[in-house]
Write a protein that binds this ligand. Structure first.
Ligand code: SAH
Length: 215
């Protein structure tokens, strides 16, 4: 199916993101390149370009475009970076990252979501994304280390395996909080002296669930 909704809506979305404070040109361009209507549940296609989170299969959500743009901007991806995403979901965030980094590795614990995201990456020709099903809180040891790691599900703490799989000079961005109502996007920089942490925006993400798919 071709995009009857799409290009104009994407331009308006990018203008709205600029107004809300997203200023990085590369991030805005990446957001403009990704057809969000391909990533939302078909029942919500008409709302694909509203700046809101939408429901996905398996009780999960595709994040609000503003939050995707913020987290992407905070991640500060360079074009040669190897990036790990935990929580593929719809694949939208990975698609945005594919226009910024060299290779994107993304892990999803629900097999159905993994399969459907993989199909979308194939269909859209996003061939620098590698994906697999599994528990992303263990990271992807065979591909480590990563220049950038983004986690799109929340936990009380950043999983140790992910901190270990970050290069020195690398950065991790993740919603962290004990409570669903008290999560903050957290930026962690690995330096030669250790890890430095900064808390930013309050957010609400679905939980990071460790272990195998429980269906
Ligand atoms: N980045 C996604 C947003 C996904 S919502 C997008 O752009 O659409 C968070 C996703 O994290 C859900 O799909 C959920 O199933 C997944 N998830 C939760 N715990 C996980 C884990 N331990 N490993 C991998 N994926 C996980």
């Amino acid at each position: 199916m071709t995009n009857d909704i799409g290009v104009n809506e994407r331009v308006s979305l990018v203008m709205a993101l600029r107004k809300k404070g997203i200023s990085n040109i590369d991030v805005l361009r990446a957001m403009e390149l990704v057809p969000r209507e391909e990533f939302v549940h078909p029942a919500f296609r008409e709302q694909a370009y509203y700046d809101i989170a939408l429901p996905l299969e398996c009780g999960q959500t595709i994040s609000q475009p503003f939050i995707v743009a913020c987290m992407t901007e905070m991640l500060a991806v360079n074009k040669n970076d190897k990036v790990l995403e935990v929580g593929t979901g719809s694949g939208y965030q990975a698609a945005v990252l594919s226009h910024l980094g060299r290779r994107i590795f993304t892990i999803e614990r629900f097999r159905d979501l993994y399969l459907s995201a993989r199909d979308k990456f194939d269909r859209l020709g996003l061939d620098n994304i590698v994906t697999r099903p599994g528990d992303g809180s263990e990271g992807w040891p065979e591909q480590a280390p990563f220049d950038r790691i983004i986690v799109t599900a929340a936990a009380a703490e950043v999983p140790g395996a992910l901190l270990d799989q970050l290069v020195v000079g690398g950065r991790l961005v993740m919603p962290v909080g004990e409570h669903r109502d008290h999560q903050k996007i957290t930026i962690i920089d690995r330096t030669d002296k250790g890890y430095e942490q900064e808390q930013t925006l309050p957010v609400r993400f679905v939980p990071l669930i460790t272990g195998n798919e429980d269906e």
